[in-house]
Ligand binder design. Sequence first.
Ligand SMILES: [Zn+2]
Ligand SMILES: [Zn+2]
Length: 394
Amino acid sequence: MNNQNIHPTIAALEKRMIEFRRHLHQHPELGFEEVETARYIIDQIKAVDLEIRHPVAKTGIVAHMHNGEGPCIALRADMDALPIQETAEVPYKSVNDGVMHACGHDGHVAILLGTLLALDRHRDAWQGTIKFIFQPAEEGEGGAEKMIAEGVLKNPDVAAIFGLHIWNYQPVGIIGVQSGPVLASADSFEISVRGTGGHGAVPQDTVDAVYVASQLVVSLQSIVSRNLDPLESGVVTIGQITGGDNFNIIADEVHLKGTTRAYREQDRELIKDRLQTICDGVATTYGATIDLHYRDSYPSTVNDPDMTEVVTRAAKRVAGDGVGKPFLSMGGEDMSFFLREVPGCFFFLGSAKPEHEHAVVSHHNSRFDFNERALAAGASVFMEIVHEMLPAKS
Ligand SMILES: [Zn+2]
Ligand SMILES: [Zn+2]
């Protein structure tokens, strides 16, 4: 494990950050329901000289720390938990039935709180305005988009934004930073196949919706294998099929649900276009009616090259040679909406517990837990980013 260079003020706050994290972990709330979470956050920062906007996007908080003339930058943490029953036996186990911080957003909030308290103690070391964004509903409902619509990036205008994700796929001491796309677009779709049902022994009088849906499942996999540039990344997944009534009845209706992923916007468009073309073609071929409902959800998360340089320099001061390319996935993340509006960088903070380093406990798993040593590392990187972006008073 790499030695980390933890900022002394952060080191002094580490115990409190762990306390914050454990309290939040024990009291998780779902997206747009983070009422107690927001109350808790405000309690921790109410003694600090801040301009607080709340509620923003139902349950979100934007805390402005003004400190003289200078640009405005934003640091963002998401606050929501997941509808999962926690099975990890930890002293800070969730007390809210069926709700769990299984993605590490409790850690993100704790890191941002620690950073805020530390930057308040170091007002001599930077100049400008910092917006601390506590965002609701990252997991699927797009809290970021709603916050932007309510003006969080305005008044004053945000010049750059930074965020991080606790990352159990790598150990503490490793920080993943990369320019360009780092997480995928994550759209969803529903397909209805309508045929003509009938007797299982008389197929000639029917249009078999199960058969047509099967053709569709197979054909849709040709998008990634035959249409997408093999050097680029994309996924088409059908996650659910429902239809049919019994073994001897030909189904007249089948429903499919799925998701698509891509790093590049042009590949996202290509996948979407081909989905429609294949649905139309299969419908014509087999005489069925096929309706596709495609829902644009999160775009891909794309880091600005200059801001990636800033984070790389900042992270190296904390983790030295531990800074490298992140372990990438086709997961989605609504930080992408912020990064479409202003330049910024989203980076990955290694957080695997030593006993999990060779057997990853994945995010969104009911046994998810992370190494709390990551908290001080994350806050130290945020501190260094601020020092890079907002130099000391001259
Ligand atoms: Zn998640
Ligand atoms: Zn997450």
